[in-house]
Design a binder for this molecule. Structure first.
Ligand SMILES: Cc1cc2nc3c(=O)[nH]c(=O)nc-3n(C[C@H](O)[C@H](O)[C@H](O)COP(=O)(O)OP(=O)(O)OC[C@H]3O[C@@H](n4cnc5c(N)ncnc54)[C@H](O)[C@@H]3O)c2cc1C
Length: 469
């Protein structure tokens, strides 16, 4: 049986080599090693080969061959994923979207941009900006993350509050199923109730149901002016009150609402001095609030908001950025979470989702059980508080056992609060065993039924989202 499988994989690989040639398929040990891992920290394995199709037809051909020879396929974009979903497996073929790149069309009337899946997110953002629009999905990895990867993971980021997750910004999609059949719906129709909206099956499916090849993205009008303020607050409850007030005053012009708990603030500003605190005193909570405006009055509006919330006792201190450099300096405090790894040592980066109104109380509630674990160290909390999404970083002694005990503690509590074990990074390989803390048995069964229907031989990313069989 094993010999037969190995023989079929070998034959499949030789077939792929003949069809794709040296430009379309890489197979040296060094080449394959480069495609082994994503940014999750999981040690991926070098695949047998890397197929690099340049058209939808080539993706279909590659999948048809792999399916016919029972060769496992790992779809890959920019490999910036944080959940191990793009990590290679030793007996797999990586299907990279790096030659599926380019902007196909920008339609000013429909405000859409159609792009190949391997196009970097930043390229799309810049093309939209050059045409006076905005593609609002924005994440720190924008330079390398691809349109296909952001769709496959339903990426979130710092603009979700205003424009939603990636899902809310995709109008049309083309994907290739495991057997090579192409499901293409690249129209720009905003209203379409003719049956199931199948694009949503692929959005957030993490490469397990098909390979995304092209997408029609919904652009937004560019809003020229913005104001950014860093606010010091007594606690998270004050942040919630501020969010409600900001929504009342600015409506959908609240572009970012990012929170930092004192444990995170003290770590990046004082303990490690990765960034400099602009405040003299320490506070119970810190907030970055960005609002946009069509007129050149965003700064004044923000000052008026600050005065009103100060009066209400919700804001203790605040700084309004007066230049692009000052804006960048304020954002740097929030983004320093990407630089804590070396100083914090081994840690788990939780990506939890809750009702925004529950987030602060959950974060208070989890501190006690974590402090009671002898294997858990320092905890840092920072996140997209307007969306109820916190990144909870928990340092530990570095053992697998410590990781498991901490994860069990956090996810069990989260489950009792009805939260999500991942708000935006996805399940990938590293959170598969915790999926049942967020999803019911019947939901998981339905997901499995869909997987089996679309990929009966389980060639697409085995071990991602679903446990390895
Ligand atoms: C510094 C940094 C900041 C980040 N910030 C955020 C953030 O704020 N919000 C957020 O949500 N994420 C964030 N991420 C995570 C990551 O950037 C996103 O998950 C991103 O969407 C992954 O895109 P990618 O092209 O790199 O995909 P990859 O990492 O290559 O793949 C991710 C998953 O998508 C699948 N996939 C990739 N391309 C395709 C395709 N064409 N068809 C089908 N499946 C495919 C893969 O199999 C894998 O399961 C961050 C990562 C880094 C390193």
């Amino acid at each position: 049986m094993q010999d037969d499988l190995a023989r079929r994989s070998h034959a499949g690989l030789e077939y792929l080599k003949r069809v794709f040639g040296p430009k379309g398929l890489l197979s040296t040990r060094e080449d394959c090693q480069r495609y082994a891992a994503d940014q999750s920290g999981l040690a991926g394995e070098a695949p047998l080969a890397v197929v690099r199709p340049a058209t939808t037809e080539e993706v279909a051909r590659a999948l048809e061959i792999c399916n016919g020879h029972n060769l496992t396929v790992i779809p890959q974009g920019g490999r910036t994923g944080l959940s191990g979903g793009a990590c290679g497996l030793a007996r797999s073929v990586v299907l990279s979207s790096e030659r599926l790149t380019g902007i196909i069309e920008l339609d000013r009337q429909a405000m859409t941009l159609t792009a190949w899946a391997g196009t970097p997110l930043e390229t799309v953002q810049m093309a939209a900006r050059d045409a006076g629009f905005e593609y609002p999905v924005d994440i720190g990895s924008r330079g390398s993350a691809t349109i296909g990867g952001t769709i496959a993971t339903n990426a979130g980021g710092i603009r979700v509050l205003q424009h939603g997750m990636t899902r809310q910004n995709v109008l049309g999609l083309e994907a290739v199923l495991a057997d090579g059949s192409v499901i293409s719906r690249l129209g720009k129709t905003v209203k379409d109730n003719s049956g199931f909206d199948l694009k949503h099956v692929f959005i957030g499916s993490e490469g397990t149901l098909g390979v995304i090849t092209r997408a029609v993205l919904q652009l937004r009008p560019s809003v020229p002016h913005s104001a950014l303020a860093l606010l010091a607050l007594p606690d998270h409850a004050a942040a919630l009150a501020c969010l409600a007030a900001a929504r009342t005053r600015f409506g959908t012009r609240v572009a970012a609402f990012e929170g930092m708990w004192p444990d995170y603030w003290d770590f990046v500003c004082h303990q490690t001095q990765l960034v400099t605190s602009p405040f003299k005193d320490r506070h119970g909570f810190y907030l970055l609030l960005e609002v946009v405006s069509g007129e050149d009055d965003a700064g004044e509006q923000m000052e008026a908001f600050f005065a009103e919330r100060f009066e209400a006792g919700e804001v203790i201190d605040g700084i309004l950025a007066k230049s692009v450099a000052e804006m960048q300096a304020l954002w740097a405090i929030r983004e320093a979470v990407g630089e804590v790894d070396a100083d914090l040592g081994p840690h788990i980066n939780f990506d939890i989702g809750l009702a925004p109104s529950d987030l602060g109380r959950f974060c208070d509630a989890v501190d006690g059980p974590l402090a009671a674990l002898d294997c858990a160290g320092q905890t840092l909390k920072v996140g997209h508080v307007g969306d109820g999404n916190a990144h909870l970083l928990v340092a530990h002694e570095g053992s697998k056992e410590a990781e498991e005990r901490i994860e069990e503690t956090v996810y069990s509590l989260l489950s009792s609060w009805g939260g999500a074990v991942t708000a935006e990074h996805g399940i990938g390989r590293i959170k598969v065993r915790w999926l049942d803390k967020s999803r019911s048995k019947s939901e998981m069964q339905l997901m499995q039924t869909m997987k089996t229907a679309l990929d009966p031989q389980n060639i697409l990313s085995p071990g991602v989202l679903f446990a390895m069989t």
